[in-house]
Design a protein around this ligand. Structure first.
Ligand SMILES: Nc1ncnc2c1ncn2[C@@H]1O[C@H](COP(=O)(O)OP(=O)(O)O)[C@@H](O)[C@H]1O
Ligand SMILES: [Mg+2]
Length: 303
C-alpha cells in the first residue's frame, strides 16, 4: 500500500483525540521540526497521560516517528491529516484508486459528498530522500539538501510539499475566480500538501499516437495558454506530459505548481519555453506545420 492508501485506511480508525494531536503536529510544522511530549500536551490542552497514549497510537499507525528531540510527522501522517481536513470540510467523501503517478505526486480518484468525481493530488517532492528517512538510512538524493540531518531533511520536504500544493491551488483558484475560459481542472480545496481537483478522464498527450485533428487541438491549447496568460499566469511546466486528451479529443492542461505570474522576472523566457514545447511536440508527433514564432505571437497577443 502507498502512503496515501495507508493514511486513508488509518483515518477510519483514528479517534477524535488522535486527530486533535495530529492537528497539533500540523499546526506546529511551521515553527518546529519536532514536538516534545510537554509541548504536545500544552498545545493540545490534553492531559499528559492521554497525550502519551495517543502518541503511541499514532506511532504504531506509522503517522509520526520518535526522534532525538521529540516526535514528528512523517509523510503518511501528513496524508492522514490532509484527508481528515478535507473530509471535515465536506470536500472529499472517499478516496479511491490511484489514477496517476507523476514525477512529483501521487494522484488518486475520489468522490465528494455530492458525488462529484475528484482527483486528489498528494505532492511527493523529494520522495526518494523521504523513503530514506523513514528507513532510517542517511542517504541523500541528488536534489536533497543532504548536508541536513535526517530529521531536518524530512521536515524540509514536508514544508516543500505543502508549499507546492499551495502554489498549485492558488494558481487554479485565481484562474477559476477570474472565470478564465480554458480547459484546466476545477479546484475544490487544499489540505496540507493535497490539492483537490475535478477529475479529467483522459490520456496523457505523450501516450496519444493518433489525433483526428491535431492542428485544431494544438490551436485549442495555444488559445488556452493565451487565455491563462491574459489572466496573468504562465504554467511554466507545459509539455506533452502535462496535457490530458479526453474522449472527445479535447486537451486539458494540468500540473500548475510551478506556474508564475506574468510579472515574474523570467516570464518572457517561461512563456516562450511553454509554447515552443507544445508546438515542437505537435510537429514531431503529428507533423503539424505551425510556426513556433507565430504561435508565440498569438499567445502573447492575448494580454
Ligand atoms: N485533475 C486530474 N484528473 C485526472 N488525472 C489527473 C489529474 N491531475 C493529475 N492527473 C494524473 O496524475 C498524473 C500526475 O499529475 P501531474 O499534475 O502531472 O503531477 P506531477 O507534478 O507529478 O507530474 C498525470 O499525468 C495524470 O495522469
Ligand atoms: Mg506532470
Amino acid at each position: 500500500m502507498s502512503s496515501a492508501e495507508i493514511a486513508a485506511s488509518v483515518v477510519r480508525e483514528l479517534e477524535p483525540e488522535d486527530f486533535k494531536l495530529l492537528k497539533v503536529f500540523g499546526s506546529g510544522l511551521k515553527g518546529h521540526e519536532a514536538l516534545s511530549k510537554s509541548q504536545l500536551a500544552a498545545f493540545s490542552k490534553m492531559h499528559p497521560d492521554i497525550v502519551d497514549f495517543r502518541i503511541s497510537k499514532l506511532q504504531r499507525s506509522g503517522l509520526i516517528v520518535r526522534n532525538g528531540r521529540g516526535y514528528s510527522l512523517v509523510m503518511a501522517g501528513l496524508d492522514a491529516l490532509a484527508l481528515k481536513m478535507l473530509a471535515d470540510r465536506d470536500i472529499v467523501d472517499a478516496m479511491g484508486k490511484p489514477i496517476g503517478v507523476g514525477k512529483e505526486s501521487d494522484v488518486y480518484e475520489a468522490i465528494s459528498g455530492t458525488s462529484q468525481r475528484l482527483a486528489l493530488k498528494f505532492f511527493r517532492i523529494g520522495r526518494t530522500s523521504f523513503r530514506d528517512v523513514q528507513r532510517k538510512r542517511s542517504v541523500g538524493s541528488a536534489n536533497a539538501p543532504s548536508s541536513m540531518p535526517a530529521q531536518r531533511r524530512s521536515h524540509h520536504w514536508l514544508m516543500v510539499n505543502i508549499d507546492a500544493a499551495k502554489r498549485e491551488f492558488d494558481a487554479l483558484e485565481r484562474l477559476q475566480l477570474r472565470n478564465v475560459q480554458a480547459r484546466i481542472p476545477n479546484v475544490y480545496g487544499r489540505g496540507m500538501h493535497c490539492v483537490v481537483m475535478g477529475r479529467i478522464e483522459g490520456t496523457r498527450l505523450v501516450n496519444v499516437k493518433k489525433l483526428d485533428e491535431p492542428d485544431s487541438v494544438l490551436e485549442q491549447i495555444l488559445y488556452d495558454v493565451g487565455s491563462v496568460y491574459g489572466a496573468g499566469i504562465i504554467n511554466a511546466d507545459l509539455s506533452e506530459y502535462n496535457v490530458l486528451i479526453d474522449a472527445a479529443g479535447k486537451a486539458w492542461i494540468i500540473d500548475w505548481p510551478q506556474s508564475v505570474l506574468t510579472s515574474h522576472p523570467n516570464a518572457a523566457y517561461l512563456i516562450e519555453r511553454d509554447v515552443r514545447n507544445v508546438v515542437k511536440f505537435f510537429a514531431r508527433r503529428f507533423r503539424c506545420k505551425k510556426q513556433e514564432d507565430q504561435a508565440l505571437k498569438q499567445v502573447l497577443q492575448a494580454r
